[in-house]
Design a protein around this ligand. Structure first.
Ligand SMILES: Cc1cc2nc3c(=O)[nH]c(=O)nc-3n(C[C@H](O)[C@H](O)[C@H](O)COP(=O)(O)OP(=O)(O)OC[C@H]3O[C@@H](n4cnc5c(N)ncnc54)[C@H](O)[C@@H]3O)c2cc1C
Length: 375
């Protein structure tokens, strides 16, 4: 990584501005929604990686944007620290994951964006802003979950916690029994989720409990791992798929699941991909799908070579009937005005975005389509 990598970003943004071109950044290109494509300049920060420093006392790690989540675990652990939570996989660039509200599961845990406590951003005129809750607070709120639409994040300050170990457990159980005691299951361990395969009456339940036991190496197979958090939270997901995920209020979770199950059995009996049920704590991040409400996330998958439009549209109708908010990095068909009804701070986000990027340098066609109509 060249020491002056941020300077090269600044230069690229200035040159794009001079040429009247748009700018987008790509992380690991793992989003299912078209957030990255642009006809302008596409910046790849895959060589802008590493940890700048960890302050254990305040619990903050300063991280360069292109760092893959997988590459954060060992060096953070060497400092006695760990991310607060992670998603199903750890292939994403940290700035890409933050930009879309990537999350894991846990009723007391929030998404990665809510762990952002400060950032350096290259803005549309090539200047650099530093933001945090007490410094350019509106820019900071908009940057926490930014959809790549504010500028180029060149450094992220993330909340971390002391390193911790997890014991993984997977078991099969009747899915209706799981739904009956979902609150006790989700409350019993730091992480809980279940997968349900259409056509089955059972769920594969997975819990991860914090433990003081020594890690066991070589790592056991998925479902039986006992090791440091970053070694247990990440999974191998080799099969290419498309995905829709919505967040519904926690109390709507079981009813929404049952409605999806009924519809899938009736209309898509051949679907061979699982439905995933996870939980999240409420947060205050403007565009978070868990903004000010305890949340259940439900994900529907389809093979990459299978038609997914009718399936996802049918699922979306059900999600919307349960006050669902779409995952920003996954498939959805919402318009800007619909998003404004689902997200109390959607118009605020656009106001702040437009203030800091009046030339729309950091928008792409997908984001332009999501702009709410003027009041
Ligand atoms: C197999 C698989 C598993 C997944 N599992 C989960 C999961 O468990 N939980 C979950 O919530 N999501 C999950 N996702 C979705 C994924 O986490 C998000 O789509 C995430 O944004 C992808 O990160 P990325 O690095 O690939 O970003 P990209 O898809 O490359 O980009 C996402 C956004 O980030 C912006 N961006 C990237 N870098 C910067 C930067 N430096 N400055 C400004 N903007 C930037 C881009 O412009 C774009 O808008 C999964 C996706 C896949 C394919």
């Amino acid at each position: 990584m060249p020491a002056d990598r941020e300077t090269t970003v600044i230069r690229a943004v200035r040159e794009a501005a001079k040429a009247g071109q748009r700018v987008r950044v790509v992380g690991a290109a793992h989003s299912h929604s078209p957030l990255v494509p642009t006809e302008g300049v596409l910046l790849d920060l895959a060589d802008f990686t590493g940890i700048v420093g960890v302050d254990r006392e305040s619990g903050v790690a300063r991280i360069r944007p292109g760092t893959r989540i997988a590459d954060l675990g060992p060096p953070l652990r060497a400092e006695g620290a760990a991310l607060l939570n992670q998603g199903d996989i750890d292939r994403q660039a940290i700035a890409g994951a933050i930009a879309t509200g990537t999350h894991g599961t846990g009723t007391t845990l929030r998404n990665l964006s809510s762990g952002l406590i400060g950032a350096r951003i290259v803005l549309s005129d090539g200047s650099v802003a530093e933001c945090a809750a007490d410094r350019e607070p509106e820019l900071f709120e908009a940057a926490r979950l930014n959809l790549g639409g504010l500028g180029v994040l060149t450094e992220l300050s993330l909340a971390v916690r002391p390193a911790y170990r997890l014991q993984e457990k997977i078991w099969l159980e009747q899915v209706d029994a799981v739904l009956e005691r979902i609150d006790s299951l989700t409350g019993a361990t730091r992480h809980f989720e279940f997968f349900w395969m259409p056509g089955s009456d059972r769920a594969a339940c997975k819990s991860l409990a914090e433990t003081d036991a020594d890690p066991v190496y070589p790592l056991a197979e998925e479902g039986k791992r006992l090791a440091w958090s970053d070694e247990v939270l990440a999974n191998h997901r080799p099969d290419k798929h498309s995905e829709m995920e919505y967040s519904v209020p926690r109390e709507e979770g079981p009813a929404c699941f049952r409605a999806l199950r009924e519809m899938l059995h009736r209309d898509f009996p051949d679907l061979a991909w699982p439905l995933e049920y996870r939980t999240l704590a409420a947060d205050e991040t403007w565009l978070s799908t868990a903004y000010q409400r305890e949340t259940v996330t439900l994900s529907v998958h389809q093979g990459i070579d299978q038609p997914d439009g009718p399936l996802f549209r049918a699922c979306e109708t059900i999600f919307r009937a349960h006050a669902g908010r779409p995952h920003w990095g996954k498939v959805h068909f919402c318009t800007g005005d619909e998003l404004a009804r689902l997200h109390p701070r959607w118009k605020d986000w656009w106001r702040v975005r437009d203030t800091w990027d009046p030339d729309r340098r950091f928008l792409n066609p997908h984001l332009e389509r999501l702009r709410p109509a003027p009041a």
